[in-house]
Structures are given as structure tokens and as C-alpha cells.
Write a new protein. Structure first.
Length: 189
């Protein structure tokens, strides 16, 4: 199925994109999302992370389309610039999660073998399991459980559709539950 944008050159597409034409968004995605995805996958090393970054790039680009200046950069180059920022954000989210895990582990170590009644052991287990999640689902879960944000608040804070937030929460909870079931299985008598 061909669209009117198939015949457009990049400059015409960029003008339509900046003007808010949703068909131009679809065409820009078709033209440049494979490149965006490859860049993210190469840097992050995980397919799910690369998919999340690709989605974030296009959401960010669409929201910021009024700031796009075709004289400063071609649309594809502008999207690559956004990609670099979203990849850096994903790496930072990973680093923050590692710092959180290190902090919780240090608290657990400082507490010695005695498990306090304040749920420290559970927090350490949750932090360890969150570290195993990909950056975007990890951030969603951190906002949900540590910051106690609602799905809509998380969607707004992260610039994600609410359905994506709900999917990340559901998949992450299933993954955490499966992991804990596997960990608990051999220890039962």
C-alpha cells in the first residue's frame, strides 16, 4: 500500500511532519525507525530496550515537532539526535537502578544478619529483581512502587501512552512473580 508520502522527498516530508500531519509521522517512522532501532540495540544490547527507545524517540519527536527546524538538520538527522538522547536516558536509568540496588544492599549489609521488621529484606529482593528488568519497565516499576505514582502519573512523567505503562507493569509483575516462584521452589520442603 503506497501513500502520498512515498513519492515525497525528505524535505517535503519534514515540512508535513513539522506541520502536524499524522501521515507524515507514520511515513517518518517507516523510513527511519529501522535506523533508530539499530542504533539503540547496538548501544543498549537488549531488543526490548531498543524497542522502548524507538517508541520514545517518535513520541518525543512528535511532541517537539514545533521546534524542528529543517534548515538546521534533515528530519532523519534530527531523529538520530533524539535517539542519542533517549539512549543516554536509558543508560542513566540503568545506572540509577544500580545505585539504588547498591544502596539497598549496603543497608542490608549494615543491618547484619538480623532482618528488621521494616521490610528491608523484601526491598532488597525487589531492588535485585528490578535490576534485571530493562530500563523503561524498571523505571515504570520504580515510579509505581517507590514513588507511589498512578499509571496516568507515570505515563505523563515518562511521556508514554497509559496502555504502554500498564503493559510494562503487568509484564514486569508477571516476570517478578515467576522469578520468585523459581527461587522459592527448590527451598520448599
Amino acid at each position: 500500500m503506497s501513500t502520498a508520502f512515498d513519492a515525497m522527498d525528505d524535505q517535503e516530508l519534514a515540512s508535513a511532519f513539522a506541520a502536524g500531519d499524522e501521515r507524515a509521522l507514520r511515513e517518518a517512522y517507516a523510513r527511519w525507525s529501522p535506523l533508530v532501532f539499530r542504533l539503540a540495540l547496538r548501544s543498549l544490547g537488549e531488543r526490548g530496550d531498543a524497542e522502548d527507545v524507538t517508541q520514545q524517540v517518535y513520541i518525543s519527536a512528535w511532541r517537539a515537532r514545533a521546534t524542528y527546524d529543517a534548515e538546521r538538520a534533515a528530519l532523519g538527522a534530527w531523529l538520530v539526535g533524539i535517539t542519542k538522547h533517549r539512549i543516554a536516558d536509558a543508560h542513566e536509568a540503568r545506572a540509577k537502578a544500580r545505585r539504588l540496588q547498591d544502596t539497598l544492599a549496603a543497608e542490608a549489609f549494615a543491618a547484619g544478619d538480623a532482618l528488621p521488621d521494616d521490610g528491608l529484606a523484601e526491598r532488597v529482593m525487589v531492588a535485585e529483581e528490578l535490576e534485571r528488568l530493562e530500563p523503561v519497565p524498571r523505571k515504570v516499576m520504580q515510579l509505581a512502587f517507590y514513588d507511589d505514582l498512578s499509571h496516568s502519573e507515570i505515563a505523563e512523567a515518562m511521556g508514554l501512552p497509559i496502555g504502554t505503562v500498564k503493559s510494562h507493569v503487568r509484564r514486569s509483575l508477571i516476570r517478578l512473580r515467576r522469578r520468585w516462584e523459581v527461587d522459592d521452589g527448590p527451598h520448599r520442603a
